[in-house]
Design a protein around this ligand. Sequence first.
Ligand code: FAD
Length: 436
Amino acid sequence: MEKAVDKEIAVCWLRRDLRLFDNTALYHALDSGLPVQVIFIFDPEILNTLPHKKDQRVAFIHQELEKINLKLLEFGASLLVLHEVPKKAFEKLIFDTPVREVYANHDYEPYARKRDKEVKDLLNENNVGFTTYKDQVMFEKAEVMKPDGTPYTVFTPYSKKWKENLYRQSVPEFPSETLLSHLLKKANGRIPSLKEIGFQNVELHISEADLSEGLIKDYHKKRDLPFVEGTSRAGIHLRFGTVSVRQLVKQALQQNETWLNELIWREFFMMILYHFPHVEQHNFRRKYDRIPWRNNEREFELWCRGETGYPMVDAGMRQLNQTGWMHNRVRMVVAGFLCKHLLIDWRWGEAYFAEKLLDYELASNNGNWQWAAGTGCDSAPYFRIFNPESQLKKFDPDLKYVKTWIPNFRAGYLEPIVEHKFARARALEVYKKALN
Ligand code: FAD
């Protein structure tokens, strides 16, 4: 098909940035002078890895696409949703439509980088541009490095440098929502249903992030108490970009430094995954490969079901199983318990969390699991072993959290699957022997 210059368009490819406001790639596309078609691609290579066809995360994406489409319709435009391996989807799209430039935001996960390279090569071979931007983080790739030019592997100096960089500039804004009149005026038809992409309808239990001033200002006082609604629940929204991290950082700067540090932890682990992609499958510290994990399947099963006999561990796993979310303090306790008390490979726990967590994020999940196992960068040293009973006394003294998730809870409700002192001594011996 001959491409008439005056009909050329730009495409803005949404991926994990499902919003029309403060979206960097969309802003630049709309500012390019070309009419813009917004697209989303359901990628079978990602969808096929999901074990359950009732998946709230896929349903959430679907719901957000519907919302975006409704907004686009107000401007006489619409969202084009494809269900195809992205490279193939673009092969067809550029054959049918005179696309001059594709805009997207950076994605740092290993699979996404490979996918984007393939798409870029295809587009460039066909004289179509592929321009990408930083959007899901404040600082990416090599923007926060040690003075010697190598990546940080310890959080505190990284966060110090991150803040120094931030204070040198103002938080940028990309008000894409003000340019929506530049969209291509075209109705492209309908968004495929969940069923058409191989999934089932589910009732969504995903709340908006709580970014109220009251919550954020008190964050440092309440964030460790699992029986209180004291955290933002922004995780899934950061994962899929239904909030803008720049707006969250601006709020954190004004309202709470502890909360700002959590947003920096997120970027720290993204930076680690970017520079050390081996962490996706392996221990960050190679010598931990020598740990002989026990990997007892029955014990793993009891951990997954929340039947270990340790109330905080069991309540946490039941919260995860029933809601797709677990409080951070409890995530640390259950993860430490799996790796240290049961000596089960952190990758088993990581995979279970990846299946269940609505806010699942490869970099954060991997980084935190390796932290708990002691195998990662800036990890808790292996000899620091959480005592699940003391954690319970400290963070849920009145058993409010435990009783919420374990109905009819009473002391001795289940025989502990392993005795704490014995497990602690065993873990110390196994780690020490492997590492020396
Ligand atoms: P808030 O406490 O309000 O924090 C705001 C945001 O900061 C979070 O949404 C998140 O994006 C970021 N953040 C907070 N704590 C951390 C942290 N320790 N590491 C990285 N980012 C952080 N977080 C995920 O987003 N996805 C995961 O898959 C994930 N897996 C985890 C696995 C384990 C074993 C542990 C111990 C923690 C994991 N976390 C993960 C980190 C943390 O538990 C969650 O981000 C947090 O509980 C989400 O609740 P919230 O959205 O209310 O966060």
